[in-house]
Design a protein around this ligand. Structure first.
Ligand code: GTP
Ligand code: MG
Length: 138
């Protein structure tokens, strides 16, 4: 079993979609083993997305992520990283498969409702960035 970091982004919390998104995770067999709702500072968003700092949309992305509440989560399950990305759907909702979170809920490529770690190393780093070990209960 594997763990991944998930973030429900401000466009989704603003539209009161946390429960509907969590149902998608649980229906796919992912367990929510840690969860907290926070508002990120711009500095925290910039540190979290530092890998994208050279991209033209970095300012837009980090300002968006700091624009409202987010729900930080650790999801656990068999192949949790790949499974979560499958449930999320493609980055651009226009390309996301029917039934995925982004197909159903995302508003645009920037305001795309969820984040999910993309590999075991980044999952471990991202989980450690937001959660203490005692906050994760499998
Ligand atoms: P994450 O799970 O959020 O990392 O999404 P991803 O892995 O599907 O996409 P990627 O890592 O390539 O990009 C990270 C995030 O940057 C995306 O989820 C979007 O929120 C944002 N992003 C990507 N491309 C664009 C873009 O062209 N414009 C804007 N405004 N944001 C973008
Ligand atoms: Mg990514």
């Amino acid at each position: 079993t594997e763990r991944t970091l998930s973030i429900i982004k401000p466009d989704a919390t603003r539209r009161n979609l946390t429960g509907k998104i969590n149902a998608k995770f649980e229906d796919a067999g992912l367990r929510i083993v840690a969860q907290k709702r926070v508002r990120l500072s711009l500095a925290q968003a910039e540190t979290f997305y530092a890998v994208h700092s050279a991209r033209p949309f970095f300012g837009e992305l980090t300002e968006f992520m700091a624009s409202g509440p987010v729900v930080l989560q650790v999801l656990e399950g068999e192949n949790a990283i790949a499974k979560n990305r499958e449930v999320m759907g493609a980055t651009n909702p226009a390309d996301a498969a029917p039934g995925t979170i982004r197909a159903e809920f995302a508003e645009s490529v920037g305001e795309n409702s969820v984040h999910g770690s993309d590999a075991p190393e980044t999952a471990a780093e991202e989980i450690a960035f937001f959660f203490a070990g005692l906050e994760i209960v499998g």
